[in-house]
Design a protein around this ligand. Structure first.
Ligand code: NOJ
Length: 930
């Protein structure tokens, strides 16, 4: 026995070493493909019209349209078909309608039939207030579709839209009321299948084996699959996380040799490769479609089990006799999940921003970050010791590079026991943090969910005593291998355990932590080095007797939630948490930030980081980024510089690297390259007022900070498939450079208005591709018709910028108009929720700029005050040569003259500038050009 244990430990050690020295590339064979995943293989092999269910007993109950789904009596089972595929008991369906164009479809087993177990329904994702948005259906109308033998039932959905339940053949769809055009439909191809739970009989072999692992599957097959069609769609997007293009390529059907479906199964994947449908660290089962004819629509399936999704190439169903209305373009998709129920949402759009708003009405908008978190973060596995930290910190100042946060990876702990410090390397963690804080800087430390099984470790002692660990299938604490060696995993699904975990972040518990310390959650898929597919066995057990398979994709979400609650609790709800997480699920946006995990220092990885981050944005998680420079390997200097230049415009901006790589802080590559990286980071800092305003927009409406071009130009077909460029808000277009030795770049500038080069102010005509200089920086343009707020003074970090004056850059459209916004609050607390903020709208028209209050007025007057002024106003595209401007209500006249576009040595005065209007950002005022 002892020798088996020793052998096991030895093998685990080897595993650990292979993780540490992961110079090897992606180990495909460690992960299951669809053919090795029985539920996926079964679902993929089904033919159209497989589903024989019909809807009966259709009624309005509790404001929903409800039905029972049954197999008709006269249906003869095909002897070739597996009997498990035939639903013997009825299923229960309900359709509910919510405000603003949301339809919810639920299908589950019928509880009155006493199923062996209640299937898992994911709690804590849907916002509690969502239920209050339900429209209580009062009535339905009946109609006969296509000469069906049974009625279809029609209910009101939204202005101009209705939802239809067709009973035989079973189908649910959303259509436009007047044209009758479909928008979204469910089971139009009859691929719906729902494996109901059964009691195991003698001879049933339900075990599944993969490599050396056996999954006992005590409840047998319980998968669900169905088809969803997006009508009027040219492209589909979403369902992160995959390292692939923004518009999702078909994975099955004519012309596709062999492709895996898009997999959603949170996994720790070493050195993932770009251009793959393989599942990565997080899962969001939300797909959007966009097309010229309908606009945008979306479909979201709230389910936390392994999911696989096929995008079907046109003609995939050519052999079937189904005929859907053919005048519209359509994209069909097949959705397959191992377990759970159907709890799904149809979003009618029809504009891109409507769909993200509809989705975030269900799952929440992103939390408002602290201002510091929107600056630059410096990380490395690992900054060795306090000396190293001091050194790196002071080098930023020496090289005049602003940054806000210094990060410590796992080596700062005492033997990978989180919440502790290696006291040899970090003897005075409090002083270290205070020293950083004296320059306005923060620190982030890592806290992972695997807990070292060490009786001397207080977290382990409490967790094992209280029964807080996930159990294995035999009911013992699950024991797996991760960084600390033998580890157990906190069962974060239980609210009581989450609350216990949150308390661990109190200053009295997390010794050595101070108010300027924030947290990084890693390995929370969860990663288990010796587990199946580097994760937890699916038959492990959670609180409430829920199998791991049912909630796998939500495990990391709960961990992130509990950590975020911990930071909230330690400052009694006064300080906005900052927690970065690798795993994610719908709703993650409410708890913090995510990054795209272990990428590699290659050009193609820089390229794919853009669609990955855009995809996260349109599926709710706007605050995301990729490791700058690439985690594995050593980027060549040009790649590193380009990476900084692109990432400076993406929401979460952090440099990070594996411990095997060479040091790569921005000052290590010669003066010219330091200058280029400094410039990239500084531009980010000048634009922070704009970014912060956009984060607030995302917080209010769900619209992401970084947006695909089609979100701003939904009519322009040339944008639908473009994932090399992106918009920051509605005002900036950023074109990445993803190849070596590029002196220039070709940029497609959408719309018919002019665009202004951010560095030179040069005007470019929209509606076509332009070849532009890309030598010293990547091309970035301001859209005409927008006003962008900046802070141009160089400082060490965001804290020192607080009282700096603003610059407004106005890019006029062809009718001489422009608009923009500025949002300001204290940058850290929740007082903004009580009205303590400034929100202005700047409107330029007829030669006059006006600042209008957008903040809600309170009888007690403004709760957030700022003495900040506007020191410069730059006018791009202004043709008349004004010499002065009158400021109201002070009624003073100020000069208008040529000034530099950027405050830098060597930049010539070339743009019309209103100098020193010295109006306050918090006041109402106007400035008329004379
Ligand atoms: C894996 C993470 O993805 C990486 O960023 C981190 O440096 C290592 N774990 C060590 O904590």
């Amino acid at each position: 026995m002892r020798s088996i244990v020793v052998l096991h430990h030895f093998l685990c050690l080897l595993l650990l070493l292979s993780h540490l020295n992961s110079v090897s590339s992606w180990k495909k064979e460690e992960f299951r493909n669809c053919d090795q995943t029985p539920f996926c293989k079964r679902a993929r092999s089904r033919k159209p019209q497989h589903c024989k269910l019909i809807a009966t007993d259709v009624a309005i109950q509790n404001g929903d349209l409800t039905a029972r789904l049954i197999t008709p009596k006269n249906f003869e089972q095909n002897p070739d078909e597996d009997s498990s595929e035939i639903a013997s008991k009825p299923l229960i369906l309900s359709l509910s309608v919510y405000h603003n164009g949301i339809l919810r479809l639920k299908i589950d087993e019928d509880p009155s039939q006493n199923p062996p177990k209640k299937r898992f329904e994911v709690p804590d994702v849907i916002l509690p207030e969502f239920e209050s948005k339900k429209l209580w259906l009062q009535r339905h109308t009946k109609e006969v579709i296509n000469g069906d033998s049974a009625d279809s039932f029609v209910v009101y959905l939204f202005d101009g839209y209705e939802a239809v339940l067709r009973s035989d053949p079973l189908e649910v769809f959303v259509r436009e009321q007047t044209s009758g055009n479909r928008v979204l439909s469910f089971n139009s191809h009859g691929l719906f299948d729902f494996e109901q739970l059964r009691v195991k009989k003698e001879g049933d072999d339900w075990e599944e084996r993969f490599r050396s692992h056996t999954d006992s599957r005590p409840y047998g097959p319980q998968s669900i699959s169905f088809d969803v069609s997006f009508h009027g769609a040219d492209f589909v997007y979403g369902i992160p996380e995959h390292a692939t293009t923004l518009s999702l390529k078909p994975t099955n059907g004519p012309g596709i040799e062999h492709s895996e479906p898009y997999r959603l199964f949170n996994l720790d994947v070493f050195e993932y490769i770009p251009e793959s449908p393989f599942g990565l660290y997080g899962s969001i089962p939300f797909m959007l479609s966009h097309g010229k004819s309908h606009g945008t629509s979306g479909f979201f399936w709230l389910n936390a089990a392994e999911m696989q999704i096929d995008v079907l190439a046109p003609g995939w169903d050519s052999e079937s006799s189904i005929s859907l209305p053919s005048d519209q373009k359509r994209i069909d998709t097949l959705w397959m999940s191992e377990a759970g129920i159907i709890d799904s949402f149809f979003f009618i759009g029809p504009k891109p921003k409507d769909v993200v708003k509809q989705y975030t009405t269900v799952t929440g908008t992103s939390a408002m970050p602290q201002l510091f978190a929107t600056g630059y973060h410096q990380c490395r596995w690992n900054y060795r010791d306090e000396e190293d930290v001091k050194n790196v910190d002071s080098k930023f100042d020496e090289h005049d590079i602003p940054y806000d946060v210094l990060w410590l990876d796992i080596e700062h702990t005492d033997g990978k026991r989180y919440f502790t410090w290696d006291r040899v390397l970090f003897p005075n963690p409090e002083e270290m943090q205070k020293d950083l804080a004296s320059r306005g800087r923060k620190m982030v430390t890592i806290v992972d969910p695997h807990i070292k099984r060490d009786e001397g470790y207080h977290i382990h002692k409490e967790a094992s005593k209280n029964g807080y660990y996930v159990k294995d299938s035999s009911g013992k604490d699950y024991d797996g291998w991760c960084w600390p060696g033998s580890s157990s995993y906190i069962d974060m699904v239980n609210p009581e355990i989450r609350s216990w975990w949150a308390d661990k972040f109190a200053y009295t518990e997390y010794i050595g932590s101070t108010p300027s310390l924030y947290i990084w959650n890693d390995m929370n898929e969860p990663s288990v080095f010796n587990g199946p597919e580097v994760s937890m066995p699916r038959d492990a057990l959670h609180y409430g007797n829920v199998e791991h398979r049912e909630l796998h994709n939500a495990y990391g979400y709960y961990f992130h939630m509990a950590t975020s609650d911990g930071l909230l609790k330690r400052e009694k709800g006064q300080d906005r948490p900052f927690v970065l997480s690798r795993a994610f699920f719908p709703g993650t946006q409410r708890y913090g930030t995510v990054w795209t995990g272990d990428n590699t220092a290659e050009w193609e990885q820089l390229r794919v980081s853009v669609p990955m981050i855009l995809t996260l944005g349109i599926t709710g998680i706007t605050f995301s980024g990729a490791d700058v420079g690439g985690f594995f390997g050593n980027p060549d200097t040009e790649l590193l510089v380009r990476w900084y230049q692109v990432a400076a415009y993406l929401p979460f901006f952090r440099g990070h690297a594996h411990h095997d790589t060479k040091r790569r802080e921005p000052w290590l590559f010669g003066e010219r390259n330091t200058e280029l990286m400094r410039e990239a980071i500084r531009v980010r800092y000048t634009l922070l007022p704009y970014f912060y305003t956009l984060f607030r927009e995302a917080n209010v409406s769900g619209v992401p900070v970084a947006r695909p071009l089609w979100m701003e130009f939904p009519e322009d077909e040339s944008t639908f498939n473009n994932d090399e460029a992106f918009m920051v808000g509605n005002g900036l277009l950023v074109q990445g450079v993803y190849t070596q030795n590029a002196k220039d770049a070709t940029v497609y500038l959408p719309g018919d208005e002019t665009w202004y080069d951010l560095r030179t102010g040069t005007a470019y005509k929209g509606g076509k591709s332009q070849k532009v200089d890309a030598s010293g920086a990547i091309p970035v343009f301001q859209r005409s018709g927008t006003i962008i707020p900046r802070k141009d003074r160089f400082r060490r970090s965001t804290v020192q910028m607080e009282n700096d004056p603003y610059t407004l850059v106005i890019a006029l459209d062809s009718s001489g108009k422009a608009e923009g916004e500025l949002y300001i609050d204290d940058g850290k607390s929740y007082e903004f929720k009580n009205g303590a903020y400034i929100h202005r709208k700047f409107v330029f028209s007829n030669g006059k700029l006006t600042s209008v209050n957008l903040a809600m007025s309170t009888s007690a007057g403004p709760k957030f005050l700022s003495d900040c002024t506007i020191e410069r106003i730059i006018l791009l595209g202004h043709l008349t040569k004004s010499k002065s401007a009158r400021v109201e209500p002070t009624n003073h006249v100020t000069e208008v003259e040529l000034g530099p576009l950027q405050i830098r040595t060597g930049v010539r005065p070339s743009v019309l500038t209103i100098r020193k209007p010295n109006v306050k950002v918090s006041d109402d005022w106007s400035i008329q050009l004379l």
